[in-house]
Design a protein around this ligand. Sequence first.
Ligand code: URA
Length: 440
Amino acid sequence: MRATDIIGKKRDGGELAAEEIRWFVNGYTNQEIPDYQMAAWLMAVYLRGMSHRETVDLTLSMAESGDQLDLSPVIDFAVDKHSTGGVGDKVTLVVLPLVAAAGVPVAKMSGRGLGFSGGTLDKMESIAGFRVDLNDDEFLQQVRDHGIVLSGQTKSLAPADGLIYALRDVTATVSSLPLIASSIMSKKLASGADAIVLDVKVGMGAFMKRRDDAAELAQIMVDIGTSAGRQMVAVLSDMNQPLGSAVGNALEVREAIETLRGGGPEDLRQHCVAIGGHMLRLGRQDTSTYAMAQSMTEITALMDNGAGLAKFRELVEAQGGDASMVDDPDRLPQARLRDTIHAPMSGYITQVNALLVAQASLELGAGRARKTDPIDPAVGVMVHCKVGDRVEKGDLLFTIHANDDARLARAQDYLLRAPVFRSREEQPLPMFYDTIYGNK
Ligand code: URA
C-alpha cells in the first residue's frame, strides 16, 4: 500500500477499505507515515466525510493502536460515562460514587480540561493528595477492592488518538464529526467499557453549538459503540447556561459534595439522576423502561441517604486524597478575593451565556489555554441565576472567587455580558433534548 494512494482515494470521495485505514493509522503511530501525509489525509476526511463503516474502522484502528485495558478479571460488566465537555459539568464526581454505591462497579479514565471546558482530573486534584496517575495494576486493584476508581488515561491507551488529535489541532481539522466521534470512542473502547453513557452537550458553552450537529455526533458514537458490541445510550443535554452553580475546580468539588449530601442545585441533581439512572440500568443489563424508573429512584435515594457521599469519601481515601476535605469542604482551597455582580435591572433572565461564564473562569485561572498552563484550584464563579428566573434590580447574579485583582477585573467584564434580561416572562431551558439508544 502507498500513503499517497490512500490520501488520493479519500480526496476524490472514495470509500477506504478497513485494511487501508488500519495500515494508515498504524503507519502514522509507528512514525512510518510523516505528519504531512497524515495532515493531508485528515483534511481530505474533513472535506469528504466518512461512511458509517469507515468511521467504525477508524475508531477500531485507533482503539487497537496501543494497550487495551481488560477489566474482565475484576468486573463482570463495566459501565462508563463520557461527557463531551461543558461549563460547570461536575456530573462524573456525583454519579460515579452513586452508581458504585448501588453495587455497580465503575472504573473511569478521565481527562484534563483544555479551553473553556473543565476536566474531571483537575477538579479532583483540588483535594490535597488525590492521585490521578494510577498504573494499570493499581487501577484494577482499586476497582476490585472498592468498586470505584477514577484516574488519568495512560499514554499507551489509544496512542494514535493522541498523535492525530495534536495534528488536527494545528491543521484546522478538529471539527469533523467522524474525527471527533472516532477520537472519543477509541479511548472509551480501549479503556474496557462494556456499556457507555454519552452526555453530548449542545449550546453556547459546548463544543457543538447546534442541535443537529450534536444529534449527528451522538448517533455516530452510538453506532460505533453498537457496532463494536457495546451497550450504548447518548443523551443530548443543554449547555447554553452553566450546569449547577459552581464553575471552577474546588468550587465544583464543593458543589458535588453538597449534591451527594442530598442538597445542591436542582438542575445538577436532576442531571445526575438521569445519567446515573442510565448507567445503573445498563450496568445491571436490564434495558426495560421500568428498570430506568427504578434506577432513577435508587440513585435519588443514594443521594439523599448519604451512601453516595460515603463512596466518594472512600474513593478519595483510596487514591491518597485528604478525606477531611470531604467531611469539611471549607478545607478545600479558597480564593483570597470575593466580588459580586448584581442585576442592573428587574426582569426575566433569558440568557446566562455559558461561554462567557467559562471565559471569566478561564481568566481567573481555573482553566488552561495551553496544555502546559498551571491552574488555580481555588478560583472560579458561582452563578446564582438561571434562564427563566425573575430577578429584581440589585439581586445577586454572580460571586467571583479570585486570587488576583487584574484577573478579577477581566472576569467581571465577561460576567457583566453573560446575562440577558427581558420584561416578558421566560421559560426555563430544557435540561435534555433527546435520548438515543443503541439497542432499543
Ligand atoms: N474530545 C476528544 O476526545 N476528541 C475530539 O476530537 C473532540 C473532543
